[in-house]
Write a protein that binds this ligand. Structure first.
Ligand SMILES: [Zn+2]
Length: 497
């Protein structure tokens, strides 16, 4: 038989006989330098090229992609051989909005005031990290937490003490009280602003997260000090429009919730402002009134495209805010055991608060408004605004698949959804030359699915193996402490955050 075929056959045999980390030793062609690890037999899915290659192979050296292809595997002596037939391999998923190191939402009394906190808890962060990886997420943008906890996360993952995805963090979220604790900060003077940006930069943060309670003047300072300290300003806004914030230097917008009155046309603006109650109903009320072809939204699309600002779509946040029953769809009981019990509890109680007094009419209107949320997502994409897939969860987990399903519901082609989940997320995070693609020299970050996601996007949750920086992980040990029999399911009264 041809040499390559023989080699492949012998390698497969070696892998089968010696187990998954078999040492191949010398090959037929004689002694050759070790060439890292060889993975064979899987189906390669390339969401950028939109190609599917059966019987594919991959060589990983020092955590990076050395070579890949289909058909007979390359010659060489490999330190490891892994046979992965029956699996569909894609670049690892990228959650551009995953609260890896945030602890549970809580209300604490700080300085005599009731304060909303999301203080980091090591045990929870460690759990989040494993669950992210177990669902194929190899890179996370962590949009705000105690920067010391996030810096510690990076060290623990790089030393192997914890197993988790690569993370790029925003530090303490800049937001006035009643938000507080280590995950929030509210600078009051120019000097305070600079000191906080300097502190976060020194701790290795990449983003500076500006939150919805800030005034336009504060956003201006925040974006400025972020840039001065090499941090990328990202924002979750409400009052101040995305157009204005982009002009002020904000580079990334979080959530499909551009709910500023300024982005509505003048004839419906007053009505929106007057009808706004201090709860979450504004989320659908804004979408009921928006005119995507009007001057305000057209200016937004143009400004975002021109400034290169990115948007993370966390469509499940919109989906959750469609009423008390939505939680059953977005966080079905079978997914809940993959969320840390404390996180789940915080999530559900805050959700209950957000949807208190919600009537059937509210639900009807919010559900109808989802069509406009979906249109917003498609409009951003059509305008050339880089969009990424975010969960707003603890950093992936089963929610990542939920978000992919919502993108399909929103009318995106499955190929496009898979591209946004990988290379698109890398683009949003400025990592497009580093990860998210089948390309030599890139980080060896991959997810090996047990079924083809092109046939059904829900297969994106059916992860067999995941590789992060060249290290292959079996999903089962990652989830060893998760109760999968459904006993973690608990009665739910309302939807999360
Ligand atoms: Zn969030």
């Amino acid at each position: 038989m041809p040499e390559a075929t023989w080699l492949r056959a012998s390698i497969t045999t070696a892998a089968l006989t010696l187990g998954l980390a078999a040492c191949a030793g010398e090959t037929a062609s004689g002694a050759q330098p070790l060439r890292g690890a060889l993975y064979t037999g899987f189906t390669l899915i390339d969401p950028v090229e939109r190609t599917v290659s059966e019987d594919a192979w991959l060589v990983v050296e020092e955590g990076r992609i050395a070579a890949f292809g289909a058909g007979p595997s390359p010659e060489g002596a490999f330190s490891e051989l892994h046979e992965l037939s029956g699996h569909y391999a894609l670049p690892g998923f990228i959650d551009v909005h995953g609260h890896l190191t945030a602890g549970p939402h809580a209300v604490q009394i700080l300085d005599g005031q009731p304060t909303v906190t999301i203080d980091s808890v090591d045990e929870i962060s460690e759990f989040n990290a494993r669950m992210a990886l177990a669902f194929g997420v190899t890179t996370v943008r962590n949009p705000g937490a105690d920067p010391e906890a996030s810096a510690a996360y990076d060290i623990r993952v790089s030393t192997g003490e914890w197993t988790g995805p690569d993370a790029y963090h925003a530090g303490a979220v800049i937001q006035p009280p009643p938000f507080g604790g280590a995950a929030f900060d509210y600078p009051r003077t120019e000097e305070d602003w600079r000191a906080e940006a300097a502190r976060q930069a020194a701790l290795g943060m990449r983003y500076f997260k500006l939150y919805q309670g800030l005034t336009e003047a504060e956003l201006e300072v925040g974006a400025r000090v972020a840039h001065e300290h090499g941090l990328e300003p990202i924002a979750h806004l409400d009052e101040v429009s995305w157009t204005r914030a982009a002009e002020l230097g904000v580079r990334g917008f979080l959530h499909a919730l551009p709910t500023s009155p300024e982005l509505l046309e003048p004839d419906v603006r007053e009505d929106y402002i007057n009808g706004r109650s201090p709860d979450s109903r504004f989320m659908y009320q804004w979408f009921e009134r928006v005119e995507f072809d009007g001057p305000q939204m057209q200016a937004l699309f143009t400004t975002l495209a021109e400034t290169g600002a990115t948007v993370d779509l966390t469509l499940q946040v919109n989906a959750l805010m469609t009423g008390p029953d939505a939680v059953e769809r977005v966080y079905p009981p079978e997914h809940r055991s993959y969320i840390h019990p404390q996180t789940l509890e915080g999530l559900l109680s805050f959700g209950a608060m957000a949807l208190a007094d919600w009537t059937e009419k509210d639900t009807e209107r919010a559900e109808a408004a989802m069509a406009r949320v979906f249109e917003f997502a498609r409009r951003l994409d059509a305008a050339g605004v880089p969009i990424g897939i975010g969960t707003d969860g603890p950093g992936g987990g089963p929610s990542f698949g939920t978000e992919l399903e919502l993108m399909v519901d929103a009318g995106f082609e499955t190929w496009r959804v898979l591209e946004l989940a990988t290379a698109g997320g890398a683009r949003v995070m400025g990592l497009e030359h580093q990860t998210g693609r089948w390309a030599a020299g890139y980080e060896a970050d991959f997810v090996f699915l047990r079924a083809n996601p092109l046939d059904d996007i829900t297969h994106a949750r059916d992860v067999g193996w995941v590789m992060s920086n060249g290290k292959l992980h079996d999903v089962n040990p990652l989830t060893h402490d998760v109760a999968t029999s459904g006993e973690a399911a608990r009665p739910v009264t309302s939807a999360p955050r």
